[in-house]
Design a protein around this ligand. Structure first.
Ligand code: SF4
Length: 361
C-alpha cells in the first residue's frame, strides 16, 4: 500500500540538500508494521506522566523508564530524576521503577524509603520473574539467556541468584557446569533477544540436557517477535534498512542483527535523522525503516522527512497488534481515589502523554 498522506511525505530543505549534496535520491521508503512502541512501553510512559501530574516534580525513576534517549530527555526536562541506585531517592519522594523490571531487594528498598512507589515492570517481564522463582523453588538449575549488565537481565537474575546462570552464547553454555542433584534444567530468556541468538542457544541446550524444561510460551515477547518478523520482510525488498532506536535498547540492536542475518547487510541503528550516514545509502533506491519498541513514532516521521522519497512511503504490514497493558494496579487505585472514577486509560496513547510533558515542564 502506498501512503501519500502527511506526515509521511513531509521533508525540509536542509534535509533534502544533505542527501542531494551526496548525490542520493531515495525512491521509496518501506516502513514496517508493526514498529515502535509496544504495550509495555505505552503503559510505562503513561504511568510516569501520571506520576508527574499527580505529585509534580521531582519524581524519581529507578533506571531509564524505557531505553530511548529522546523519551528520557523529555522526562528529564519535565522534572523526572533518573537514578541508578535506589538509595539516591530522598526519603518520602515518589518513585517509579522502570519497565525492565527490578530486583526484589530494589523493590523492597524503594518501599522502605517511604514514598509512593509504582512498579512499571512490563507484565511479560514479570512472567519471566515468576518462572524463575517457581523453578528455583522446585530445585531446578536455571539457564538464563540474556545480556550481561542489561537492566532486565540484572533484575531477573536477582530473583533467584543461587539457581540462575546467565549465558550470552553457545560457547558459554558449553562451558557451564550445573549441580548434579538438580530436579531439572530450565531455560529462560530476556524478552528482547534476537530470535537467531536465542534459537542457537536453545538448540545447544536441547542437545545437552535431557531434563530441559521450557516455558509453555517462549519468553521472547510478542513485540520482539513481531518486529523481527517484519524486519525480515523488509530485508527481502530493501537496499538498506534503518532501525530507529537507542544504543542501549536491546530489542533495537536485535532488529539490526536480524536485518543483517536476513540478507540486508546495510542495516544500521540510528537515534534519529542526524545519525544517518549518507554513504550508507549510496545507490540505494528502496530504504526499509523500522523502530525499536521504545522509539516514538515522531522520530520515524522525522527520518522519513529526511529521506524525502520521490515515490513516497509504502507500509509493509506483517501483523496487526492490539495488545494493551493496563496501568500498574497501585496507580489505578490512586487515580480512582483522586478522580472519583476509573480513568479510561485505553483512550490515551503514550504519544499523547509525551506531548503533555511540554505543559508540565
Ligand atoms: Fe514488554 Fe516486550 Fe515491550 Fe519489553 S519489549 S516492555 S517485554 S512488550
Amino acid at each position: 500500500m502506498v501512503e501519500p498522506d502527511p506526515p509521511f511525505n513531509r521533508s525540509t530543505s536542509r534535509q533534502r540538500s544533505t542527501l542531494r549534496e551526496a548525490g542520493i535520491q531515495i525512491e521509496r521508503v518501506l516502513v514496517s508494521k508493526p514498529r515502535g512502541f509496544c504495550a509495555g512501553v505505552e503503559m510505562a510512559i503513561k504511568a510516569l506522566v501520571w506520576m508527574l501530574r499527580i505529585f509534580g516534580p521531582p519524581v524519581y525513576c529507578y533506571h531509564q523508564i524505557v531505553h530511548n534517549r529522546s523519551v528520557v530527555e523529555a522526562f528529564e526536562k519535565a522534572g523526572v530524576v533518573f537514578i541508578e541506585d535506589i538509595s539516591d531517592v530522598p526519603g518520602g519522594a515518589p518513585v517509579m521503577l522502570s519497565a525492565h523490571g527490578s530486583a526484589p531487594q530494589v523493590v523492597k528498598e524503594a518501599e522502605r524509603r517511604g514514598g509512593f512507589v509504582v512498579d512499571a515492570v512490563c507484565p511479560l517481564v514479570t512472567k519471566v520473574h515468576h518462572e524463575a522463582r517457581t523453578r528455583a523453588k522446585r530445585n531446578y538449575e536455571i539457564v538464563y539467556i540474556g545480556h550481561k549488565g542489561h537492566d532486565e537481565a540484572v533484575g531477573t537474575m536477582a530473583v533467584a541468584p543461587e539457581s540462575m546462570h546467565l549465558v550470552e552464547s553457545r560457547q558459554e553454555l558449553e562451558n557451564l557446569e550445573l549441580r548434579s542433584d538438580r530436579a531439572g534444567v530450565a531455560l529462560l530468556a530476556q524478552t528482547t533477544l534476537s530470535h537467531f541468538e536465542w534459537e542457537g542457544i536453545l538448540e545447544e541446550a536441547k542437545a545437552r540436557f535431557g531434563d530441559l524444561w521450557l516455558p509453555g510460551r517462549e519468553d521472547l515477547c510478542y513485540a520482539t517477535t513481531n518486529r523481527q518478523k517484519a524486519v525480515m520482510e523488509l530485508a527481502k525488498r530493501a537496499d538498506a534498512i534503518l532501525v530507529v532506536g537507542s544504543a542501549n535498547s536491546s530489542n533495537t540492536n536485535a532488529l539490526v542483527s536480524v536485518g543483517k542475518k536476513a540478507g540486508c547487510e546495510r542495516t544500521a541503528r540510528i537515534d534519529g535523522p542526524d545519525d544517518i550516514d549518507p554513504a550508507m545509502l549510496e545507490s540505494a533506491k528502496t530504504v526499509g525503516l523500522t523502530a525499536g519498541a521504545s522509539c516514538p513514532e515522531s522520530l520515524v516521521e522525522e527520518v522519513i522527512a529526511y529521506l524525502a522519497p520521490s515515490a513516497g512511503v509504502e507500509v509493509l504490514s506483517v501483523i496487526d497488534e492490539d495488545e494493551y497493558f493496563p496501568l500498574p494496579p497501585k496507580l489505578r487505585e490512586l487515580l480512582a481515589e483522586r478522580f472519583g472514577s476509573v480513568v479510561d486509560d485505553r483512550k490515551v496513547t503514550a504519544a499523547d502523554a509525551l506531548a503533555e510533558l511540554e505543559d508540565l515542564s
